[in-house]
Design a protein around this ligand. Sequence first.
Ligand code: GLU
Length: 289
Amino acid sequence: MTGDVTRFAPSPTGYLHLGHAFAALFAAESAARSGGRFLVRIEDTDRARSRPEYEAAIFDELAWLGLKWDQPVRRQSEHFDDYAQALARLKARACVYPCFCTRKEIEAEIAASVAAPHGPDGPIYPGTCRARSADEREARLERGDACAWRLDVAKARELVDTPLRFQEMGSGPTGETGEITAKIEVFGDFVLARKDAPASYHLSVVVDDALQGVTLVTRGNDLFAATSVHRLLQALLGLPAPRYGHHRLILDAAGKRLAKRDDATTLRTLRAQGVTPAQIRERLGFTSR
Ligand code: GLU
């Protein structure tokens, strides 16, 4: 067996902090341990929040940490066609629908319902547009009404062999390893393409991991729930399923997850204060090189 292909996939919407450093080192070391390859992917589908200076800082700081990655780097904004093709394949399988709801309308509907089901990211979409007739959908699309595209999870379920499973190599939030059963309803009818971004995180990640031949997806426990719907998209699109290695999140002194807005833990700030890459590795529990 050849080694694992792993990736670190930051969004250039802020400066990297210690949590990103941990994720990058974890992915790079997982590849190195197996004699494989380490990739960096720029997840910049959110054009409004992505900035070239953040992307430049990502490369600069990863190199400063001592990491080396394969070239060329894949930048998602250059591959919207790939995601559009995947969406077209899902449309052809009749398991997606256009959603014309505004955020306000969704919030109002949720507020009005007695018991709105919740997922890991908050209330689940109530399915308003799933109920629209084919005629109404056509008419609104023809009229040029802005829409997002959502997966019809109930229809999708009928198209795949359930239960779907994925291989957990790390320790997800539940500590379970080995074969995990995907909870494909966890986010309800999640978004595949947004009004303002032609590909959602879920769709672009699944397409890219397959196109790039990623065999081991390492990422933080905060994305553990997402893996279930990624497994569903892989099954619907006929893509291979990588193995997954979820890892712990780096917390601040108060026990809270680090966020891009906390300047104190950005690599940029630490570096300016004279902290060395070796000290960062050590602080994050990696052996110094
Ligand atoms: N781009 C995602 C983030 O910044 C990570 C995606 C992944 O590792 O699947 O959190």
